[in-house]
Ligand binder design. Structure first.
Ligand SMILES: Nc1nc2c(c(=O)[nH]1)N[C@H]1C(S)=C(S)[C@@H](COP(=O)(O)OP(=O)(O)OC[C@H]3O[C@@H](n4cnc5c(=O)[nH]c(N)nc54)[C@H](O)[C@@H]3O)O[C@H]1N2
Ligand SMILES: Nc1nc2c(c(=O)[nH]1)N[C@H]1C(S)=C(S)[C@@H](COP(=O)(O)OP(=O)(O)OC[C@H]3O[C@@H](n4cnc5c(=O)[nH]c(N)nc54)[C@H](O)[C@@H]3O)O[C@H]1N2
Ligand code: SF4
Ligand SMILES: [Mo]
Length: 697
């Protein structure tokens, strides 16, 4: 007897701009091979090191396969197996009682980027919670400051096809590390370099991406707005700006020129640590070399002043008339091309108004009483691992330890967060569910067809929501739709308002897997013809909408208080404190994959990079165990002494699980839960720390 092998098309669901197209080979109901779809224009037949061994994740002996109930103390790791029926009845029973006593606002869903699918993320983030009238979650942990800044300045998150970089003569990659965080851009960048493009990386750390650049500029953290305004100063002062373009397509360029006048290179050198000569050189090069592409991502805006920094970056291409130019302009995100119909997605019109929203960056404080009326009495976590990934983790754990808090975590693994649950529900992986994916770093839609049956008793996010809706006694048909029907209905409702969906149907997506978004000659290049979907129809250099956020309508550099004050050095008789950046690790996606043995082995033990000068001043040698402490808390890391980080800066990548780290803590025990200037954004990197050698103690 011969066994047939099915080839099932899918999409990588992880929080990564590349959204790779995948193929799963299935034999006798088991996935036997998993690899990249060669036909996909951006995936180009290869997957990153993280996702290549995906079957290790799917068939990991550590997968959660059935619901669990806590039997010991919170966080003690003692569980008993229960049935789904019992789990659902327990959850619905607790919620009904809480709703009667406190109102549904006492229930808070917490989710983020475990999967980026239309159904398993977006639909799940809305329908059940709206129907219930639960508290809303302000999903601000990653990119909300830049979303507000880019949205207000340009009108939409429109971005070029990444392959357009082949037309660029100058590429400035600003606070973005695609070699780790979106690797499919790198072969194109290499090719652009071979074709003669000059590549500049602006990043305090010598990243993998910076290593292969033609020039690496290392500003002090959180000084990007000053650096950008310094470049503008030179461009205006030397008359290198494109005045006809600015006159026709921008709002407030003269006012911006006035602001830039306050940032002469000598002052900017003082603020940023970048020499005046370098600033003048880059400004002249930027004005003279066309097409020039400015590419940034969200890492650089995770500072208390990140919104204004992004506003400043968005102004630069306008000064040199590069918006709407093939190979030029701004490459931030392509996620604004599709706006799914909100009603089809969430059915909010049939639901009570959201009683309040809780900023996820404040989850610890919210659990500890900041969300007071009513207090949060139940937390439902899915597709997220806040104990490992959210700031000020020590406070989150204090909140999760509250005896009166009823916590449910829906997870693939016993994550740092699941450990503190009262009930743990087992979740499917991408191979066990269907979904539709838009990308934020390329311009195709990808359908993910379910390849295998759920393992054990695992359920997808949406199947779990459907079961919870039934247990709560909600009878709306849109709480019971299949994933496929939900996708169909959302596409149909979105077609008329989304030109980029022209010709796209559910059937095409299912049959072809990857379908390119539709672009006409007119809109292929973002902001072609100098048309911006802003209130003024222009790029808003002077942006009146900023006033409603309490922010200057012109970009400005506002120093970050925590980084200015040396409050931490008061804690110990050490040299002055350092700014700790905790950006993407190479082998994990946030905390996802950080429990996979092969990837954990490649990433190594959790480390902190420190400049030789700062290490010497603290008696730290390479490989030493060090204690990193901030005003929030501390963690233990291994010191890597390297000139890749400048003096005054340290780097400890995000992602390691606390439960697999020395002392059960990770870097987020130190990070601040302060809120950025725009969009309620996170400020992980505005983190002043002291680093102490434990060898000296
Ligand atoms: N391998 C891997 N890939 C990932 C992720 C991951 O964890 N691992 N995470 C995914 C997610 S959730 C996201 S949002 C994206 C993020 O994508 P990126 O933004 O490219 O990634 P980050 O590493 O967070 O930040 C980029 C760089 O910002 C720099 N940076 C920090 N502060 C400043 C500053 O003040 N100024 C400047 N100029 N640079 C600064 C850091 O040193 C870092 O090298 O990546 C996604 N891809
Ligand atoms: N120090 C520091 N911390 C950071 C950042 C930083 O720069 N520095 N960056 C922040 C950023 S950019 C982001 S986006 C956040 C990300 O923070 P989170 O959204 O919390 O992401 P992860 O930590 O990867 O956790 C995702 C979890 O979802 C689970 N999961 C995956 N798929 C599914 C599914 O289909 N269903 C269910 N129920 N679960 C699933 C995974 O197993 C994993 O445990 O982290 C932030 N944390
Ligand atoms: S994490 Fe990014 S690069 Fe890796 S497979 Fe997924 S989409 Fe592709
Ligand atoms: Mo993110």
């Amino acid at each position: 007897m011969t066994t047939t092998t099915d080839l099932i098309r899918g999409a990588c669901p992880h929080d990564c701009p590349d959204t790779c197209a995948t193929i799963t080979e299935v034999r006798d109901g088991r996935a036997v091979a998993f690899y990249a779809d060669r036909a996909h224009p951006y995936t180009q037949g290869w997957l990153c090191a993280k996702v290549r061994p995906y079957l290790e994740r799917v068939y990991s002996p550590d997968r959660l396969l059935h619901p669990l109930r806590r039997v010991g103390l919170k966080g003690a790791g003692q569980w008993e197996r229960i049935s789904w029926d019992e789990a659902l009845a327990t959850i619905a029973g607790r919620w009904k009682t809480l709703i009667a006593e406190h109102g549904a606002a006492a229930i808070l869903p917490y989710s983020y980027s475990g999967t980026l699918g239309l159904v398993q993320m977006r639909v799940c983030d809305e329908r059940l919670w709206s129907r219930m009238g639960a508290s809303g979650l302000d999903r601000t942990i990653c990119c909300s400051a830049s979303h507000v800044a880019v949205g207000a300045t340009l009108g939409a998150r429109h971005g070029p096809d990444p392959a357009d970089v082949l037309k660029s003569r100058l590429v400035i990659i600003w606070g973005n590390n695609p070699a780790s965080s979106g690797p499919h851009f790198m072969p194109l960048l290499r090719q652009a370099q071979k074709l003669g493009a000059y590549v500049v990386v602006v990043d305090p750390r010598r990243t993998l991406t910076a290593r292969s650049a033609d020039e690496h500029i290392q500003p002090r953290p959180a000084t990007d707005a000053a650096l950008a305004l310094g470049l503008m100063h030179v461009i205006f002062a030397e008359g290198l700006h494109d005045e006809p373009w600015l006159e026709a397509h921008s709002q407030g360029w003269r006012e911006l020129r006035g602001r830039a006048a306050q940032y002469p290179p000598e002052r900017v050198e003082q603020i940023t640590g970048v020499s005046a000569e370098t600033i003048i050189g880059l400004a002249r090069r930027y004005a003279a070399t066309k097409p020039s592409l400015l590419k940034f991502a969200d890492g650089m805006q995770r500072h208390a002043n990140g919104g204004q920094a992004v506003r400043a970056l968005c102004c630069l291409p306008a000064l040199v008339g590069q918006y709407g130019v093939p190979g030029g302009g701004l490459s931030y995100s392509t996620s604004g091309y599709i706006r799914w119909d909100a009603e089809a997605l969430g059915h909010a019109s049939a639901c009570p108004p959201t009683p309040r929203t809780v900023n996820m960056n404040r989850i610890g404080a919210a659990l500890m009483g900041e969300a007071a009326d009513p207090p949060i009495m139940s937390l439902f976590v899915y597709g997220a691992n806040p104990v490992a990934s959210a700031p000020n983790a020590g406070l989150i754990i204090q909140g999760l330890m509250r005896e009166d808090l009823f916590t449910v975590v829906h997870e693939q693994f016993m994550s740092d967060t699941a450990r503190y649950a009262d009930i743990v529900l087992p979740a499917t992986t991408q191979l066990e569910q269907s979904d539709l994916h838009t990308a934020y770093g390329q311009r195709n839609l990808q359908y993910n067809q379910q390849a295998i049956a759920p393992l054990g008793e695992c359920r997808s996010n949406w199947d779990t929501m459907r079961a919870l809706a039934a247990a709560m006694g909600y009878s709306e048909p849109w709480l019971q739709e299949s994933a496929e029907d939900a996708i169909k209905a959302i596409i149909e409702a979105s077609l008329s308002a989304n030109p980029q969906l022209q010709g796209i149907t559910f059937e095409r997506l299912r049959d072809e897997g990857t379908v390119p978004l539709h672009f006409s000659d007119d809109d292929y290049t973002p902001f072609a013809g100098g048309r911006f979907p802003t209130p003024s129809g222009k790029v808003e250099l002077l942006c009146p909408a900023m006033a409603s956020h309490g922010v200057d309508p012109l970009p400005d550099h506002i120093p970050v208080a925590e980084l200015e004050e040396d409050e931490i050095s008061a804690l110990s008789p050490q040299p002055s404190a350092l700014t700790l950046l905790s950006a993407a690790s190479h082998h994990f996606v946030s905390s996802s994959f950080a429990n996979q043995p092969s990837l954990l082995a490649r990433e190594g033990t959790p480390f902190v990079e420190i400049n030789p000068e700062d290490a010497a001043a603290r008696g730290i040698a390479d490989g030493d165990q060090v204690r990193v402490e901030s005003a929030r808390g501390w963690c233990r890391l291994r010191a890597v002494v390297t000139a890749d980080v400048p003096p005054g800066v340290a780097v400890a990548p995000k992602g390691h699980w606390a439960s697999r780290s020395p002392d059960g803590r990770n870097v987020n025990w130190t990070t601040p839960d302060t809120i950025a200037d725009l969009g309620g954004g996170s400020a992980f990197h505005s983190n002043r720390v002291q680093i102490i050698s434990e060898q000296n103690r």
